[in-house]
Design a protein around this ligand. Structure first.
Ligand code: F0G
Length: 357
C-alpha cells in the first residue's frame, strides 16, 4: 500500500499544486468511515460516520490548512492570521509551528472551548481574545490581511476549501460511489461548500455515478442561512458553529440547491441529546457542533424525510476532547469517591445498582 504523508500527496492531481508547492503534511486525511451500530439500524439506513476528529489537531480543518499553508509558503509569507471559533486557530497554530511561521489568531473571548484554546497556546500562537463574536473577529482579520503582508487562512482562502474537498474523495473512494445524503454541520459554511465541490469533481471525472444531497445543519440560535438573514447575536452551546454571518453563505446555498438538499436548524437540546447518544450508543465522542449533523438526520427522519435503505454519511467534524466543559456539564455523571480499599469497592459493586446512566 502506498504511504501518503497527507492529503496533498494523496490527491495531488486534484489540487492546485505546482513543483514549487511544498508538501506540507502531518498525516491529515485518511480518516475512518465507521458504520453506525445503533442510529443507522433504528432509522433503517446505511449510516456511516466520517471521523474527522482523527485529524492531527482533532478536526477537519487540517485538510484545508495544509493546503493554505503550503501556498502561503510558496508565496514567501512568514505570518498567517485567522479568526476562529477554535478549530481553525488550533490547526493554523500547529502548521505554523511546524513550518516556522508566526500565527496570529483572533478568537471570541470566553466563547471558545478550552481544548482549542489550549492547542493555540501550546503551539505558540499569538492569541487575541476579541471581546465580541466570531463575525466581529473575521471582519478585522479580513481587513488586516489586505493591509499587511500576512496570509489569511480562514475558509475565504480558496486553498482551504480545495484541501477540504479531499474528504469527499475519500468517501467515494471507500464506498465506491457517493452516498445518497451527506449530513454536515454548518457554521462559516466552508465545509459544506468544499464537500460539494469534491463530490462534483469526482462525478465530472466519472469516478462516481451519483451525487449526494447536501444536508446542512445550523444551530437554531445561530442559523442565518435557515432564516435567510444575518443573526446579530448568535447563541448556541455548540460554540464551533456560533456564527451569524457565514463567509461562504452563497456557496452553501449553491451546494444546497444544486444537490436538491436542504439546510435546516437543530436546537441545542437536540444537539446535546445526540452528542450523548453518539458517545453512549456508538462509542463516538465528538464535539457538540459535530453532533448537529446526526441530530439533524434524526430530526428530518422524524419529520418524514424518507431515509430507508439509503446510504448516508454524517460528518463528525471534531473530537469531543476539545470541549471538556460541555462534557462535564451535560453528562450528569457524579463521581463516586471511594477509599482505596478492596472491600469498600466490592461493597459498592455488589450493593450498588450502578449509576451514571
Ligand atoms: N464543526 C466544527 C467542529 C467546526 O469547528 C466548524 C467550524 C464547523 C463544524 C463548521 O464548519 O465553518 O466550514 O461551516 N469552525 C470554524 C473555526 C468556524 O473557526 O474553527 P464551516
Amino acid at each position: 500500500m502506498a504511504h501518503y504523508e497527507g492529503v496533498i500527496d494523496r490527491y495531488r492531481e486534484y489540487l492546485p499544486v505546482t513543483d514549487a508547492t511544498p508538501n506540507v503534511a502531518m498525516g491529515e486525511g485518511n480518516t475512518p468511515l465507521v458504520k453506525s451500530q445503533s442510529i443507522g439500524p433504528e432509522l433503517g439506513c446505511d449510516l456511516y460516520f466520517k471521523l474527522e476528529g482523527m485529524n492531527p489537531t482533532g478536526s477537519f480543518k487540517d485538510r484545508g490548512m495544509c493546503m493554505a499553508v503550503a501556498k502561503a509558503l510558496e508565496d514567501g509569507k512568514s505570518r498567517l492570521m485567522c479568526a476562529s471559533t477554535g478549530n481553525t486557530s488550533a490547526s493554523a497554530s500547529a502548521y505554523a509551528a511546524r513550518y516556522g511561521m508566526e500565527a496570529i489568531v483572533l478568537v471570541p473571548a470566553g466563547e471558545i472551548a478550552l481544548g482549542k484554546l489550549a492547542q493555540a497556546m501550546v503551539y505558540g500562537a499569538r492569541v487575541l481574545a476579541v471581546r465580541g463574536n466570531f463575525d466581529d473577529a473575521l471582519e478585522i482579520v479580513l481587513r488586516a490581511t489586505t493591509e499587511m503582508d500576512i496570509a489569511l487562512v480562514n475558509s475565504v482562502n480558496p486553498y482551504r476549501l480545495q484541501g477540504q474537498k479531499t474528504a469527499a474523495f475519500e468517501i467515494v473512494d471507500e464506498l465506491g460511489d457517493a452516498p445518497h445524503m451527506l449530513c454536515i454541520p454548518v457554521g462559516n459554511a466552508g465545509n459544506i461548500t468544499a464537500y460539494w465541490w469534491g463530490f462534483k469533481e469526482y462525478w465530472e471525472a466519472e469516478l462516481s455515478k451519483t451525487l449526494p444531497r447536501m444536508m446542512g445543519f445550523q444551530a437554531e440560535g445561530a442559523s442565518p442561512i435557515v432564516q435567510g438573514k444575518r443573526v446579530k447575536n448568535p447563541e448556541t452551546i455548540a460554540t464551533a458553529i456560533r456564527i451569524g454571518n457565514p463567509a461562504n453563505w452563497e456557496n452553501a446555498e449553491d451546494a444546497r440547491d444544486a444537490s436538491k438538499g436542504a439546510i435546516s436548524a437543530v436546537t441545542d437540546a437536540e444537539i446535546i441529546d445526540t452528542y450523548l447518544r453518539l458517545a453512549r450508543d456508538e462509542g463516538i465522542f465528538c464535539e457538540p457542533a459535530s453532533a448537529a449533523s446526526v441530530a439533524g438526520l434524526i430530526k428530518i427522519a422524524s419529520q418524514g424525510e424518507d431515509v430507508a435503505g439509503q446510504t448516508i454519511v454524517c460528518v463528525i467534524t471534531g473530537n469531543g476532547l476539545k470541549d471538556p466543559s460541555t462534557a462535564e456539564s451535560t453528562a450528569h455523571v457524579e463521581l463516586e469517591y471511594v477509599e482505596p480499599k478492596y472491600d469498600t469497592v466490592m461493597g459498592l459493586l455488589t450493593n450498588g445498582s450502578g449509576r451514571g446512566r
